[in-house]
Design a protein around this ligand. Sequence first.
Ligand code: ZN
Length: 120
Amino acid sequence: MARNGVKLGTALLRGLGRKCPCCGEASAFRGYLKVVDTCPSCDTPLSLYPTDDGPAYLTMLLIGHVIIAPAFFFPVVWQEPQVTIPILIGSIGALTLAALPFVKGAFLALLWYLGLKHAR
Ligand SMILES: [Zn+2]
């Protein structure tokens, strides 16, 4: 199955690169997280796809697993919690903010691929 001749994997990779999932030519974002209204290259109406809070939840889920799960395998992390907990929380925050634009791009690509637009 493909949408506009674009396979799901291609669309997701374009989204991870913050590019338009349809053409892969132009950026799908203006600024940090704001989706462009329409793709300047192919006129796909990207703002019709409601990413809402989905990328934030998904990013926190992924980063939480990357940071918290390994911490349980290293007991030394919990021997000085007044030092390690702020480091863990800061790391989760920084990595979440770093990953969020790329996860949002992939999420936008998934919504575009599935054709899940705002109901109007
Ligand atoms: Zn495009």
